[in-house]
Design a binder for this molecule. Structure first.
Ligand SMILES: *Cc1c(COP(=O)(O)O)cnc(C)c1O
Length: 392
């Protein structure tokens, strides 16, 4: 019999929708997918070159398991310059993607029976990682009219004696919500008062629009900094999802424990990918700027088109590359011969009838909405929305 741990988790639903769409594509069906959670841009050339150079120079062996010094220094410098965070390289851990950093943090902080507050809608892996650690995810619904952002009173209402940590994600996947400094201060106040750790997932920080500003919660003061594990990575900012480099910054005691855990579970991240990531963090930013400009144009287009469809309402998100429209206005309708009773039946109808893949909100603990990723070309976005409009 499989372990309780293994039986207690479900596979990533975003990846399984994508798998179904990929399978249809393999059968020759022309599927347009809004399902993917990665930039459609190529990794910038100068970053690729750094990875290739590392291989040519024979930099292909184990590295220190916490990460190479030049990458940890580049991360420390980035955190200082961009996030107003002062961490020594010894307070930084390089992992195999931000997802791995998150898992290290959760395994390091969460004991059996500890509660971890997860605001919904949430990224799919948070609850499963908490469960794997033996913890109890306490899902706290936000309000759509508050832009899906957790408020002080919602947080206070969820705190118990067993609360160990809060997982915060700004800019948010799937909603695109970006917390302001004031909103984060309110949350930090509650966490300080109760001694709650904050695991702050900031992987979308560079994908931000309308002049919104990303604020790292750990930068708000020494007390909240002590309680925070800041998580970030190169995947989303530099179109480097396949290189698998993420990192965490926190108090030395936490990082050392996370590093010890990682040293036994996986050892270091790939040597050449660490070198490429040094280049990503220290090199020119023009590729990122161009990517953000393109994402912003796509966002505006997709939000306007969705809002023009009867029964669909979409907020204009300030960050990441997702739109998360409410589709409850379509319940009870018949789409392509299928009765729409919830977000899942609509997503299935759209895939089967319109040949368009989207992710049902229930995957993010939020039935009633659909997640559209706009990390796909404007041409495909137009064609996909035309198809949806036609079947609706
Ligand atoms: C993509 C994503 C990650 C994981 O990024 P990797 O660095 O590729 O592991 C983490 N958090 C959120 C919210 C994401 O969307």
């Amino acid at each position: 019999m499989l372990s309780r741990r293994a039986r207690n988790i479900s596979p990533s639903p975003t990846l399984s929708i994508d798998a179904k769409a990929q399978e249809m594509k393999r059968q020759g069906i022309d599927v347009i997918t809004f399902g993917v959670g990665e930039p459609d841009f190529d990794t910038p050339e100068h970053i690729k070159e750094a990875g290739i150079a590392a291989i040519r120079e024979g930099f292909t062996k184990y590295t220190p398991s916490n990460g190479i010094v030049d990458l940890k220094e580049a991360i420390a410098e980035k955190l200082r310059m961009e996030n107003d965070l002062d961490y020594k390289p010894g307070c930084i851990l390089v992992s195999m993607g931000a997802k791995h950093s998150l898992y290290n943090a959760i395994l390091t902080l969460v004991d059996d029976g500890d509660e971890v507050i997860v605001p919904a809608p949430y990224w799919v892996s948070y609850t499963e990682q908490v469960k794997l650690a033996g913890g109890i995810p306490v899902v706290v619904p936000t309000l759509e009219q508050h832009d899906f952002k957790l408020t002080r009173s919602q947080l206070e209402g969820a705190v118990t004696k067993r609360t160990k940590a809060l997982i915060l994600n700004s800019p948010n996947n799937p909603t695109g919500a970006v917390y302001t400094k004031e909103e984060l201060e309110a949350i930090a106040g509650v966490c300080e008062q109760h001694g709650i750790y904050v695991i702050s997932d900031e992987v979308y920080e560079k994908l931000i629009y309308d002049g919104a500003r990303h604020v790292s919660i750990a930068s708000l003061g020494p007390e909240i900094k002590k309680l925070t594990v800041t998580i970030n990575g190169v995947s989303k900012a530099f179109a480097m999802t396949g290189w698998r480099i993420g990192y965490a910054a926190a108090e030395k005691e936490i990082i050392e424990a996370m590093g010890a855990l990682q040293s036994h579970a996986t050892s270091s991240a790939a040597s050449m990918c660490q070198k490429a990531s040094v280049k990503a963090l220290t090199g020119p930013d023009d590729a990122v700027v161009a990517m953000v400009r393109e994402f912003a144009a796509r966002r505006d287009y997709i939000v306007d088109r969705l809002n023009s469809m009867q029964g669909v309402t979409a907020r204009r998100p300030q960050g990441a590359f997702y739109v998360f429209p409410n589709i409850t206005g379509l319940y009870g309708r018949v789409v392509g011969g299928r009765h729409i009773s919830d977000d899942t039946t609509l997503a299935e109808a759209l895939l089967e009838v319109a040949k368009v893949a989207v992710v049902p909100g229930v995957a993010f603990g939020w039935p009633g909405n659909l997640r559209f990723s706009y990390a796909t070309s404007m041409e495909k976005i137009k064609a996909g929305l035309d198809r949806i409009e036609a079947v609706l």
